[in-house]
Design a protein around this ligand. Structure first.
Ligand code: HEC
Length: 499
C-alpha cells in the first residue's frame, strides 16, 4: 500500500516534471538531427551546424529551416514532430559553442581525402569543342551547383553538384585546366575542367574562408576560421603537406580572413581577422620538390585589416580596418606608407584598376554609402567620388571596355546596375534586369564584348548584355547565381576583376 502510493506519487511527479521541464535540446539534437548533421555537429550528409557555420543565417531563417525544412533536399521540416518550444531550444543550442572546442587535426584532414580519379588517368586535352580559355564557371548557391558556360555561344555545356555552400571564388590553375573550390564547411574540391570531372576532395577545416593556388600550380593554401589554421595541400593530389595554427607573437590565436596568391612575388599573402598583422609565405625558394615552410614573414600594423586590394605588381596592399580606416602597406618595406582618405565602409577586396590620364587608378565600392571612391595609385590621393544609387558590393570592368559596372545591392535600388565611364567618371547608363530583384556581380567575356550579370535569386538568371550598347542579348535561368568566373580573365589577372 505504502509502496503503491509512493509509486503513484513518483509517477505523478515525473509526469508533472515532464510537462513543465524545458526542452532538452542536446537530447532532441541526438534523436532528430545527429544522424545527418553528425553527433558533434561537424556535419555528415548534412552541413555543419556550429555557431560559425550559421553566422549568415538570420534568426528567423534558422527557425524556419528547422520548422519547414528546405524544399527538394533531405532537410525535412520538423513542424509536425517538434513543438515551437523544442524548435526554439534547438536553435539556441545550435548557436552555442559545443562544450569542448571542436578540433580538426592533421589526421582528420588526411582521413577525409577522397580520390575520385587517379592523377594522370584522364586525357590531356579538352573533351569538348568550346574554347577552354573562354569558359565561365557560374556558382549557383541555391541548390549548390556549378554551371560550365561556353563564353562564345553563351550556352551551358555542363552542370554539376558542388559541396554545400561554396565560399570565396574558385581558383584556376594557370593553364586553366583545373579549378579548386572551397566550401563553407572546409571541403576543398579539385575539378578537371577539360574532362568535366571532380578528381579529388579533402576536408581541410571545419569553417573555411577561401583558398589560393600558387602560380606554379603546385600548392593550395587554405585559410580557416575554425580551427585557426592555415593548411597547405599538394595541388596535384590534394594530399596534406603542412598545417599551422595561426598565432600572434604573444601566442594569441587568430582566425584567417583570406589567403591570396601574390604571383609576381612568388608568395602567398595571409590576411588575419584577429591580429594586426599580414603574413607573407614564400613558396618559390624551397628545395626542389619540397613543400614550402609555413614560416611567415610578419608585417605588423596599428590596426586589424581584413579587407584588401593589391596593386597589379603586388608591391602594395590597400587595406581597410573594420572602422573603415584605409591605409597603404608597402610589402617590400614591410610598413605603412600612406593613409587613404576614405569614408563609409570601402569594400577594397572587390576593387579594380585602370589607366586614366596616364595614371593607374583604383576604384572600390562602398558597403555603407552610395559612392565609388577612385584613388590615384601613385600618390594615393582620392581623385574622384562617384555618387551611385546606394551601397554596393562589386565593381567590374575589362581592359577592352571603356566602362565599369557597379551594383547597389545593399540598398532599395538593389535591382539596378549603374555603368560608369572610366575616363570622365560619370554614370552613363544603367540596366535593371528584373525589377525588384537583386542584380549584382558582373563578369565579362574574354574579349570584353559582353557583360554577364547575375539576378541573385532562387529562380534567378544570368543576363547577358552587349557591353557597348547595354542592350540585353540573352537570359539563362539559374538558381541563385552568386558569382561567375571567366577562365581567361582570371588566369591572366585582368585588372577589371578582383583576384
Ligand atoms: C535526413 C537528413 C537530415 C536530418 C535528419 C536533419 N537535417 Fe538539417 N539539413 C540536412 C541537409 C541535407 C541540409 C542542407 C539543405 C540545403 O541544401 O540547403 C540541412 C540543412 C539544415 C540547416 C541549414 C544550414 C545552413 O547553413 O543553411 C539547419 C539549420 C538544419 N539543417 C537543422 C537541422 C536540425 C535542427 C535537425 C534536427 C531537428 C535537422 N536539421 C535534421 C539534412 C538533415
Amino acid at each position: 500500500m505504502t509502496l503503491r502510493l509512493l509509486l503513484a506519487c513518483c509517477s505523478l511527479a515525473v509526469a508533472t516534471l515532464a510537462t513543465a521541464a524545458p526542452p532538452d535540446a542536446p537530447a532532441l539534437y541526438r534523436q532528430q538531427c545527429a544522424s545527418c548533421h553528425g553527433t558533434d555537429r561537424l556535419g555528415a550528409m548534412g552541413p555543419a551546424l556550429l555557431p560559425q557555420s550559421l553566422e549568415r543565417l538570420k534568426p528567423a531563417e534558422l527557425l524556419a529551416t528547422i520548422r519547414d525544412g528546405r524544399p527538394a533536399t533531405q532537410m525535412a521540416g520538423f513542424a509536425a514532430t517538434l513543438s515551437a518550444a523544442d524548435i526554439d531550444a534547438l536553435a539556441t543550442f545550435l548557436r552555442s559553442d559545443p562544450p569542448s572546442p571542436p578540433h580538426w587535426r592533421d589526421s582528420d584532414i588526411r582521413a577525409s581525402r577522397i580520390v575520385h580519379v587517379r592523377p594522370g588517368s584522364l586525357p590531356d586535352r579538352p573533351q569538348f569543342r568550346a574554347d577552354p580559355a573562354n569558359l565561365f564557371l557560374v556558382v549557383e548557391a541555391g541548390s549548390h551547383h556549378v554551371t560550365v558556360l561556353d563564353g562564345d555561344t553563351l550556352e551551358p555545356i555542363h552542370r554539376f553538384q558542388s559541396r554545400f555552400a561554396l565560399h570565396g571564388g574558385p581558383k584556376y590553375s594557370r593553364d586553366g585546366r583545373y579549378v579548386y573550390f572551397a566550401s563553407r564547411d572546409g571541403w576543398i574540391s579539385k575539378y578537371d575542367l577539360w574532362n568535366l570531372k571532380t578528381v579529388a576532395e579533402i576536408r581541410a577545416g571545419l569553417n573555411t574562408r577561401n583558398l589560393a593556388v600558387s602560380d606554379d600550380g603546385r600548392w593550395v593554401l587554405v585559410g580557416n576560421y575554425l580551427p585557426n589554421t592555415l593548411v597547405l595541400l599538394d595541388a596535384r593530389t590534394l594530399e596534406l603537406r603542412r598545417s599551422l595554427t595561426v598565432r600572434g607573437t604573444d601566442g594569441a590565436p587568430s582566425r584567417v580572413s583570406a589567403v591570396y596568391d601574390a604571383a609576381p612575388r612568388g608568395s602567398f599573402i595571409v590576411a588575419l581577422k584577429d591580429l594586426a598583422e599580414v603574413w607573407e609565405i614564400p613558396y618559390r625558394n624551397g628545395r626542389a620538390g619540397a613543400a614550402p615552410q609555413l614560416a611567415p614573414r610578419r608585417i605588423a600594423f596599428d590596426d586589424v585589416l581584413d579587407d584588401f586590394f593589391f596593386d597589379q605588381s603586388y608591391r602594395h596592399i590597400l587595406g581597410a580596418s573594420r572602422s573603415g580606416r584605409g591605409q597603404v602597406i608597402d610589402l617590400d618595406a614591410g610598413r605603412k606608407v600612406a593613409d587613404l582618405a576614405l569614408s563609409g565602409m570601402p569594400h577594397l577586396g572587390s576593387g579594380i584598376t585602370w589607366q586614366r590620364d596616364g595614371h593607374d587608378v583604383m576604384a572600390s565600392p562602398n558597403l555603407k554609402d552610395g559612392r565609388i571612391s577612385v584613388i590615384d595609385m601613385q600618390n594615393w590621393q582620392t581623385v574622384g567620388e562617384i555618387a551611385t544609387n546606394g551601397p554596393g558590393f562589386f565593381i567590374r570592368s575589362h581592359e577592352r571596355t571603356p566602362y565599369a559596372w557597379t551594383d547597389a545591392m545593399m540598398s532599395p535600388r538593389r535591382d539596378t546596375l549603374q555603368i560608369i565611364d572610366k575616363q570622365s567618371l560619370a554614370v552613363v547608363g544603367s540596366v535593371t534586369p528584373s525589377p525588384g530583384r537583386t542584380a549584382a556581380h558582373v563578369e565579362f567575356t574574354r574579349d570584353g564584348k559582353y557583360a554577364l550579370v547575375s539576378v541573385m535569386e532562387r529562380d534567378g538568371a544570368l543576363v547577358v548584355y552587349d557591353a557597348a550598347t547595354f542592350r540585353e542579348i540573352k537570359r539563362l535561368p539559374m538558381d541563385k547565381p552568386i558569382g561567375k568566373y571567366n577562365v581567361f580573365n582570371k588566369t591572366t589577372r585582368s585588372s577589371g576583376t578582383s583576384h
